[in-house]
Design a protein around this ligand. Structure first.
Ligand code: FES
Length: 123
C-alpha cells in the first residue's frame, strides 16, 4: 500500500466476540502484521498500537482508567481516544477504527509503514 492510499479502503477485521474483552481491560490481537490493543470500557471499544513507544512494552496488558491506559513497565499513560501520551500529547501511538458488527468486535488496521533505513553515509 502506498502512503497515499485511503485508510477507508482497508477492510475491517474481526478480532473477538463482543463481550469477550472484560470491562476495564484490553486484549492484544495481530492484525495486518501489527499488534493491536483493543480495550473495552464497559460501553465502548477502542483500539491502539500495542507497542509502547518508550521501550516496547505491550500496552494491551496495562491497566485502563479514565479513558487512558498505563504502560505496565514505566507507567507512561496514553489516551485511548487519540493515542496521545498524557505527559506530552505531541507523542502518540496509532489509533484504529473499531466497531461492533453483529456479535463481533472489528478493527480497521492499515499495514505499518515500512521502516526507512538510512542509506550509506556521505563521504
Ligand atoms: S515501555 Fe512503556 S513506559 Fe517504558
Amino acid at each position: 500500500m502506498s502512503d497515499t492510499a485511503n485508510p477507508s479502503d482497508v477492510p475491517f477485521t474481526a478480532v473477538a466476540k463482543a463481550g469477550a474483552i472484560p470491562a476495564g481491560q484490553g486484549r492484544v490481537f495481530e492484525v495486518s502484521g501489527r499488534l493491536v490493543a483493543v480495550f473495552f470500557d464497559g460501553e465502548h471499544y477502542s483500539a491502539i498500537d500495542d507497542l509502547c513507544p518508550h521501550m516496547g512494552a505491550s500496552l494491551g496488558s496495562g491497566p485502563m482508567t479514565d479513558g487512558c491506559v498505563t504502560c505496565p513497565w514505566h507507567a507512561w499513560r496514553f489516551r485511548l481516544s487519540d493515542g496521545a501520551w498524557c505527559d506530552n500529547p505531541q507523542l502518540r501511538v496509532d489509533v484504529f477504527e473499531v466497531r461492533v458488527a453483529g456479535d463481533m468486535v472489528e478493527v480497521r488496521v492499515p499495514p505499518a509503514k515500512p521502516v526507512e533505513l538510512p542509506t550509506s553515509r556521505p563521504r
